[in-house]
Design a binder for this molecule. Structure first.
Ligand code: WT7
Length: 595
């Protein structure tokens, strides 16, 4: 593909527009965005995925894996796993099929039924794919948990939806045991010990069972459960700006848009090698590491280790990665290591590169072009949307800095607080017309909260944006206090709750503070209890405490000790006042504040 850069006036700024000159060798799955968008009806694309009964019943796992059995794809490699020590394991679609069947049989034998919640608390190891797919086959609801979660984060999530089973490793097991007494519904911990040493035992009334023994004891055939399009498939807990995290429930019918976004946005072609760096603890991992690439018969690289610039470049070179999907923070971290390092590697295999999770500024896009010879294509979506919604398609010109245009079948709009649509260039709530195949079906046990996110037939995303005259969307920020740090979503309330549990902390308020690398960092304002002094040791101890109780990624990197917090007369902490002060911005209306 060749590019030409043109300048264009958008609103009050001049932006670069990347015009693409397609060549015959560019195999694009979607060639004409406008025509496809205009005529699009979901039912015209039903045959893209596997149903039991067309348009009515299906199973996301059958669509992802079983449908390939008996086709040439069955012996293709579905997942190439590289451990952090450099060990490599490869799993064909056939192996994934048999192993997930076995795991479904394991769950059936333990008495797990349709609708029960079964959670993965695992690092990035091949058992992620196997167990996730296996759970879906039984009709149970699969949940995932980020491996950096601490006691309280685990307890809140597993407890809230009464999980019956947690699949984990010997390393992570202690964290589940620590809170086991507070989880009355939890019956089993299935322990994946890659060294094979784990012995079954009972701790605090919960059975801890060795995964390998369970798997060797059951057949490799299984009859997957037939599910309705709106039957739950998986649940992901995600933070809001108020209260504890919500359980976002997604349905089997989402398979259709998972498949189509992979095909049209990520441009999955069967001979391409694909790598998405997201963790399965978050929605990007569930949908674009596991479900969408499998549905499209892709080979996916699954790397256990964390971010490491040299390692990442070497993986792209070693596996000849063609399609790469990552996050702005990761791109900025790669940038930090400079332009010389990537020159040591052959990165010419890359054909399509994408980003998600936070605003993708022009600078990393330009840098990406220098280093990879490609432009990062930004994609916008959320846990609640279940699939990419507003994207830059390979066939479309990109206006650098824009999130792109709505996926076919998705009607987007900018609306005021009553749900009335606003004209181009006017900033407002980014909203989506209610009712696409992967829209959040419910928030677990919280119908009131669920209805509150809809206005006048629109799903209100919580993001602020505007659209331009050509229908491109431009991200402006959040309408609430939600924090996105290094692409990970953190609710201030959860962090404040963890802080208050520390003996020294009397009150706490948490904001996102802009950070050149991580987008935002978490900053806490803390009022100390009597008898405690503001020392570096105390601040370190508070940080350590939050890491252990909440999560390794969700602790405040900055803590400022203050005498009091700004509050409304009804006692609500005014985070916006702290944010404005921190950023040196106008503080706004203070009429409700206690002086
Ligand atoms: C929030 C959703 C599902 C993707 C991973 C994050 C922010 C996401 C972009 C983007 C600017 C973005 C929004 C959104 N966000 N993509 N391309 N540009 N902001 O999913 O954890 O549910 O967070 O991430 O604020 O509401 P999530």
């Amino acid at each position: 593909m060749k590019y030409e850069i043109k300048k264009e006036q958008v609103h009050d700024t001049t932006v670069d527009v990347v015009k693409k000159m397609l060549e015959s060798s560019d195999k694009l799955n979607l060639k004409d965005y406008d025509a496809t968008y205009k005529n699009f009806r979901w039912e015209d694309y039903y045959d893209e995925i596997k149903w039991f009964e067309r348009g009515k019943t299906l199973n996301m796992a059958v669509n992802a894996v079983d449908k390939h059995i008996g086709t040439p794809v069955e012996n293709k490699i579905a997942v190439i796993w590289e451990s952090k020590d450099g060990n490599v394991e490869k799993y064909t679609y056939k192996q994934l099929y048999e192993l997930s069947n076995r795991f479904a049989n394991v769950l059936a034998k333990l008495g797990i039924n349709k609708g029960d919640r079964v959670f993965l608390f695992l690092p990035r190891i091949p058992e992620v794919h196997i167990t996730f797919i296996g759970i879906l086959k039984t009709g149970a609801i699969a949940g995932t948990l980020f491996s950096a979660f601490g006691y309280d984060a685990l307890k809140d999530r597993l407890g809230h939806c009464d999980a019956r089973v947690v699949i984990t490793t010997p390393d992570l097991l202690e964290r589940v045991e620590h809170i086991a007494e507070d989880l009355p519904a939890l019956e089993y911990m299935i322990v994946v010990d890659r060294e094979g040493k784990f012995e079954d035992k009972e701790v605090k009334g919960k059975k801890e069972l060795n995964y390998s023994s369970l798997m060797s004891d059951v057949p490799a055939e299984y009859n997957p459960m037939m599910m309705n399009v709106d039957d739950p498939a998986y649940i992901l807990y995600t933070s809001g700006s108020t209260g504890k995290p919500k359980g976002v429930v997604h349905v089997h019918g989402g398979a259709l848009i998972q498949h189509l976004t992979g095909k049209w946005v990520l441009n999955f072609n069967s001979d391409d090698m694909y790598w998405c760096t997201a963790d399965h603890g978050w929605v990007t991992g569930v949908v674009y590491v596991i479900l969408s690439p499998l549905s499209n018969g892709m080979t996916t690289l699954f790397y256990e280790g964390r971010f490491d610039s040299e390692k990442w470049y070497s993986l792209i070179e070693k596996y000849k990665v063609n399609i790469f999907y990552t996050a702005p923070t990761a791109i900025r971290m790669l940038m930090k290591y400079g332009d010389e390092l990537p020159k040591k590697y052959d990165l010419s295999s890359l054909k399509h590169i994408y980003s998600v999770g936070e605003p993708l500024n022009p600078e990393p896009i330009r840098w990406g072009y220098e280093v990879f010879g490609r432009y990062f294509h930004d994609t916008w979506w959320q846990t609640e949307t279940g699939a990419q919604m507003i994207v830059n398609f390979p066939c479309m010109d990109i206006k650098i800095g824009s999130m792109g245009k709505p996926f076919p079948g998705i009607i987007a709009g900018i609306v005021d607080d009553d749900g009335n649509e606003l004209p181009p260039y006017q900033e407002g709530n980014l909203a989506l017309k209610r009712g696409w195949p992967s829209m959040v079906k419910e928030f677990w046990n919280n119908p009131k909260k669920y209805e509150s996110v809809f206005k006048n037939g629109w799903y209100i995303t919580g993001d602020m944006a505007y659209k331009d005259n050509d229908g491109y969307y431009w991200f402006m920020g959040r309408s609430d206090d939600l924090i996105m740090t290094a692409g990970e979503r953190v609710g201030p309330f959860e962090v404040e709750s963890a802080l208050i549990d520390h003996d020294a902390v009397n009150e706490a308020a948490v904001i996102g503070k802009p950070d050149p690398e991580r987008g935002q960092i978490i900053k806490a304002f803390v009022v100390l209890n009597k008898g405690y002094e503001n020392t570096p040791e105390l601040l370190d101890d508070i940080k350590r405490f939050v890491k252990q109780h909440l999560a390794g990624h969700a602790y405040p990197r900055e803590i400022e000790i203050v005498d009091s917090l700004p509050k409304t007369r009804s006692g609500k902490i005014m985070r916006r006042v702290l944010r404005a002060k921190e950023l040196g911005l106008p503080i706004g209306d203070l009429s409700t504040m206690v002086k």
